[in-house]
Design a protein around this ligand. Sequence first.
Ligand SMILES: [Fe+2]
Ligand SMILES: [Fe+2]
Length: 169
Amino acid sequence: MLKASIEKALNKQIQVEAESSQIYLSMASWAEKQGFEGVAAFMYAHSDEERFHMLKLMKFVNERGGHAQVSALTAPPLSFGSFKEMFKTLFDHEVMVSQSINDLVEIALSEKDHASHNFLQWYVSEQIEEEALARNILDKINLIGDDKGGFYLFDNDIKQLITQAANKP
Ligand SMILES: [Fe+2]
Ligand SMILES: [Fe+2]
């Protein structure tokens, strides 16, 4: 049985993952409107991944006798300035999510909830990967600078990152 404090913290994380999914969905739509198909496809896929993170948490909460809650979400921005700004927003968001997972791990430890602690390790690893991916993309964008041709190639290249993510166990 889940302790009330853990249930509350896990439900907060369910909301964080749902909001992440919405932010990336909004980024997908914005990129699609600019004609960047690759970036849009990457963001649509990333949005699905965040929904999967949310569902995995919901199943865990309900399996352990808690109640996974679907709550109101903060609306994401509609536009993101430039691609550089958008990917910086993505990176900052992932850093925030990692902090949120770390806080959750701390709560599980302090409550001696080893099942939750064990479950959360998957998210700890996932965040390492997601931060690395976001950092990698930011580095690429910084290299491209204002080169339009470079952006065209980047839009094509980013499609490969989707296949890599989709093949993840
Ligand atoms: Fe996530
Ligand atoms: Fe994420």
